[in-house]
Design a protein around this ligand. Structure first.
Ligand code: CA
Length: 370
């Protein structure tokens, strides 16, 4: 009996001892557990920009604290190492180890990346987190980014955004024609198909572009961020709802080779910090948006307007076409779309009788009219 037990235990030990190294032989011996890593993270945001720009700073702080300084990340704002929209390339090529931004900024080279930020009329923040972290989305994102030597992680969510700032009223789809607007991602494609011109301009340049007439309209985020950038000084009407970005997910990207060089505990710390700050960003927007909206309306006399239902319906029809065009005949893009869409259909079903039913009931009881 005893002999058999020992034999059994030695087999168990052999299996468990080898298990960790099956995929990556030598990984455990290569990483010195006490080694200190000094990394650089570039971002698409101005340095210390409130809200999303603080996410990379907080991730770096959290990682430093949790790792007792073993992983020390210095965060650079847009333009300090590379321009905002070269973040993806800088991390992919290994110029820096990490980046923070939004996946839809890379749609020119990675069209399917847009599913991992926002799809017009797509998922809310809560639903998006559900898809990524418990609905199969993250594995697909990893599969897509592996082609670029990148490991993606969640990096914050703003919640439903505003539709944007305009200097004329939008009463029909025809009113969008000829407008040049800062609106990135799929929302921008839809806006173009509706007769406008879409441009992507990083945060730090939007105000001046509006002021000088380079663009006529702009969407950025919502009251908390838009107040900081001062758009109310150069645009009169503030439209909702943010059909183009109902729950945009921000991303933290890590160069694959840099990630593989870390011991396992630092890899987990990195991911845990990203997930913690993902939630922190959404909480901050939730807490601050209404205070900022009140200031915009009461102090700065901003005119808040709702996009008419027929305009939203037209934008939805165009969105569906653009999503199909984006998927095209790319097998991975189709796989991502099918996962996203089947999850969306399912989650919508329950959102209707949970979030929406509750919000409607509460609004009715409070006599609230938007
Ligand atoms: Ca936006």
């Amino acid at each position: 009996m005893r002999k058999e037990l020992l034999a059994f235990l030695s087999v168990v030990l052999l299996i468990s001892g080898c298990g960790g190294n099956t995929e990556n032989p030598g990984a455990e011996t290569a990483a010195d557990p006490q080694k200190q890593y000094r990394w650089r993270m570039v971002t698409t945001w101005p340095k210390n920009f409130p809200g999303m720009g603080m996410a990379p700073e907080r991730i770096a702080d959290r990682v430093r604290e949790m790792s007792n300084g073993r992983l020390d990340i210095t965060v650079y704002g847009a333009g300090e190492v590379v321009p905002a929209l070269e973040t993806f390339e800088a991390v992919s090529s290994g110029t820096v180890q990490m980046g923070h931004g939004a996946a839809y900024y890379w749609r020119g080279s990675v069209p399917a990346a847009q599913f991992f930020t926002a799809v017009p009329f797509g998922l809310s923040a809560q639903e998006m987190n559900g898809w990524l972290l418990h609905g199969g989305g993250m594995a697909l994102w990893e599969e897509l980014y592996a082609r670029y030597n990148l490991v993606p992680m969640v990096g914050g969510n703003t919640g439903v955004q505003m539709a944007g700032w305009f200097n004329k009223e939008i009463n029909s789809l025809a009113d969008l024609k000829g407008i040049k607007m800062r609106i990135p991602g799929l929302g921008g494609e839809v806006f173009e198909a509706a007769g406008g011109t879409a441009v992507n301009i990083p945060a730090g340049e939007i105000f001046t572009s509006l002021q000088t007439g380079v663009i006529d309209a702009a969407e950025w985020v919502g009251p908390f961020n838009d107040l900081v950038l001062g758009f109310h000084q150069v645009a009169k009407y503030y439209y909702y709802p943010g059909w183009q970005e109902p729950g945009p997910n921000l991303e933290m990207i890590v160069n694959q080779r840099a990630y593989d060089s870390l011991p396992k505990d630092l890899q987990i710390i990195l991911r845990t910090a990203a997930e913690a700050i993902n939630n922190d960003v959404l909480s901050e927007y939730t807490a601050r948006n209404n205070r900022a909206l009140s200031e915009l309306v009461d102090v700065h006399q901003v005119q808040v307007r709702r996009l008419p239902d027929d305009v939203l319906a037209a934008l939805k029809a165009i969105s569906d076409e653009r999503v199909q065009a984006l998927v095209g005949d790319d097998p991975l893009a189709r796989k991502i779309y099918e996962s996203y869409e089947s999850y969306r259909q399912g989650v919508m079903n329950y959102s209707e009788l949970s979030e929406r039913a509750f919000l409607n009931a509460r609004a009715n009881l409070e006599g609230y009219e938007p």
